[in-house]
Design a protein around this ligand. Structure first.
Ligand SMILES: Cc1ncc(COP(=O)(O)O)c(C=O)c1O
Length: 509
């Protein structure tokens, strides 16, 4: 493994990064943004006076950051933590997995980010030029929801549904396609649960003229046919998972032709195809350090936007599937918290039907069902766990990002699990006041934000709540149809089922 901190911006340039859309020099010529200034000295207070030029009237609804203020660096929280997260292990040797172990699946540019000890990493010009299609994303003050709740709390939401694919996922999809393209990779494979990640990667691959092959969890493939069409519009090939394409998929279909699939299975299928061909690499939409790194642009923007209106959050809430939208919003705020500049409570929200942080065990387990990934130290429900078919397909993952798990173990964040009917009730209240129809995943964060706002009404406190509205639900209307028809159920996960699933987790000392 290279020394931590091996990746520096100057070396990135030597590696030939820069992309065909914009040379790396284009980044150097950009005016240094406030994000860079604040980021350069970790923990420097984000003073409101800095943002005086952009300050807004008091009755704003929407806080827009000008395009020229878009952050030009990603933030890596690892060097600022009191201890580094435990490394991934090679499943054969049980030694820490090094870059060479990851090289069959990922390009070196991303592997170096995965192990980087640098706090800040420049966003290449070829990535920025695509992100500018929709970034900076808006921050909203949910005044109409606040009014409906009759709460003294202030509720803010950072809305990622403005991206072409409709969620936060393109923030990392574009970066991953860019680094793969820069190293000569011509095709990416991936899994998708809700269809949001597959759409994001299909869109990103189209930007760099790469092929894209997606395994969509069978339950979601059947529930959301238009996600498949969207991926095909951007040029991707889509299979339901388990599929007839891979040996593993065929073995599962032989046993159960109606297998609903899971993210763990779809990951196994996508990995097996990439590992067999050196021109193909695999792309993961969550969990890994480099994915969370790419998503930190969300939190960096939100810090600047809150500073524009003179606000500091008391509570941050985000939904956690593999942890990337939550991590993307939370990590820059955690930096400020660790530096003593603010003290928000930072809360993960997960589905009660797939409660890895609140009911899983913190131990080494595989990231996929066929046991092909390195062993990851994370909160897990067992790699064979097949979650009930809740509508938040993107939250149906047995594990968690090792970084999010580690930060949780350090006591820097907290977690709650919420049933889907409470989440959809929150989503309807939100849609009927604020207008946006949320994706099923962030309804969890909205439900938690509403719980807190209601508690504020009771206590009389005027807390500032910031939540990640990480995607819209325009292609998830079947879920809303079920909820409105009263056909949506909550699922109890029994201790016995959980214990049975945990039995397959490797016993490591
Ligand atoms: C809209 C949306 N939100 C959240 C998630 C969960 O992923 P993560 O926890 O990595 O943000 C997904 C995953 O597919 C998603 O599509």
């Amino acid at each position: 493994m290279p020394p931590v901190g091996a990746q520096r911006p100057s070396e990135q340039t030597q590696l030939g990064w820069g992309g065909r859309n914009a040379p790396i020099e284009a980044v150097a010529k950009r005016p240094v943004s406030v994000a860079n200034k604040s980021g350069a000295s970790v923990g420097a207070p984000l003073s409101t006076p800095q943002r005086k030029d952009l300050a807004m009237a008091d009755d704003y609804y929407r806080v827009n950051l000008p395009e020229s203020e878009m952050p030009t660096q990603w933030y890596n929280v690892i060097p600022d933590l009191p201890a580094p997260p435990p490394p991934p292990l090679h499943p054969g040797t049980l030694e820490p997995a090094g870059p060479d172990d990851l090289a069959p699946l990922f390009p070196m540019g991303l592997i170096l980010q995965e192990v980087s000890g640098d706090s800040h990493i420049d966003i290449p010009g070829g990535v920025i030029d695509v992100l500018r299609l929709w970034r900076p994303s808006p921050l909203f003050r949910a005044r109409r929801l606040e009014q409906a709740l009759d709460t003294p709390a202030k509720i803010f939401y950072k809305y990622e549904g403005v991206s072409p694919a409709g969620s936060h996922k393109p923030n990392t999809a574009v970066a991953q396609a860019f680094y793969n393209h820069s190293e000569g990779v011509t095709k990416l494979t991936t899994e998708t649960g809700a269809g949001q990640w597959g759409s994001a990667l299909a869109f990103a691959c189209a930007q760099y003229e790469m092929e894209c092959e997606v395994w969509q969890v069978a339950a979601s493939y059947r529930q959301k046919p238009y996600r498949k069409t969207m991926m095909e519009v951007w040029g991707a090939t889509v299979h339901p998972s388990p599929s007839q394409v891979t040996e593993y998929g065929r073995s599962l279909l032989d046993a159960d032709p109606d297998h609903p699939g899971s993210l763990g299975i779809a990951i196994s299928e996508a990995i097996s195809v990439a590992a067999a061909d050196p021109a193909i690499r695999y792309s993961l939409g969550s969990v890994l350090n480099h994915v969370i790194l790419h998503q930190t642009i969300i939190g960096e923007e939100a810090l600047l936007q809150l500073a524009m209106v003179g606000e500091t959050p008391d509570l941050l809430v985000g939904c956690t599937g593999g942890g990337s939208n939550f991590g993307g919003l939370a990590m820059p705020f955690l930096r400020e918290k660790l530096a003593g500049n603010m003290a928000p409570v930072i809360r993960c929200v997960e589905p009660a039907a797939c409660p890895s942080l609140t009911r899983g065990e913190y131990r080494y387990d595989f990231g996929d069902t066929a046991c092909t990934t390195p062993l990851l130290k994370m909160h897990t429900l067992g790699h064979g766990f097949i979650p009930e078919p809740i509508h938040a397909g993107g939250l149906r993952y047995h594990g968690m990002s090792p970084l999010i798990s580690h930060v949780y173990e350090l006591g820097l964040t907290e977690a709650v699990a919420i049933d889907q009917t409470e989440c959809f009730a929150a989503a309807l209240q939100f849609a009927r006041t604020e207008g946006i129809v949320p994706a099923p995943e962030p309804t969890h964060a909205l439900a938690a934000a509403i719980r807190e706002a209601v508690a504020c009404k009771e206590s009389g406190e005027s807390k500032t709540i910031l939540t990640a509205l990480c995607g819209h639900g325009h292609l998830d209307l079947a879920a809303y149809e079920d909820y409105i028809a009263g056909a949506l159920a909550d699922f109890d996960l029994s201790d016995e089922a959980l214990a049975a699933s945990m039995q397959a987790v490797p016993a490591l000392a």
